[in-house]
Design a protein around this ligand. Structure first.
Ligand code: CO
Length: 137
């Protein structure tokens, strides 16, 4: 059901500052930037192999990523696994006893459909499943 790691999400205070590390020093290619209002973030995607690093800058302190930054500071925020059908995957994972943050998929970056699993049932790792838009890769 999970086909591969789609991306890792990294919480940052400022995307432009973070690009000096990820793009300029580490040499990853910046391929997309977008404000994802449903997730309360400005986001940037950088390519690495078949996967991505997703930089997340909160739109405000009351957003999920804003609260994460206040509590833990910048750093690894979530791991995202690719699925073909996010609704079917949610049903399977829920039936397996995992606690869902999202009962229904919501809009993610670049036209994807995503849902988050609660870290209480995934060993402390905030886990996302993502169904890319058809034209994305
Ligand atoms: Co993500």
């Amino acid at each position: 059901m999970l086909s591969r790691i789609d991306h890792v999400g990294v919480a940052v205070e400022n995307i432009d500052a973070a690009l000096s590390l990820y793009r300029d020093a580490l040499g990853l290619e910046l391929v997309h930037r977008e404000t994802v209002a449903e997730q309360g973030v400005d986001a940037a995607l950088l390519d690495i192999g078949d996967g991505h690093v997703e930089l997340l800058e909160p739109l405000g302190p009351e957003t999920g990523v804003g609260r994460f930054l206040a509590r833990k500071g910048p750093g690894l925020h979530h791991v995202a696994y690719r699925v073909q059908d996010v609704e079917a995957a949610l049903g399977t994972l829920s039936a397996a006893g995992l606690r869902l943050i999202d009962e229904r998929p919501r809009g993610g970056i670049r036209g994807s459909r995503v849902a988050f699993l609660h870290p209480a049932s995934t060993g402390g790792v905030l886990t996302e499943i993502v169904q890319p838009a058809k034209e994305a890769h």
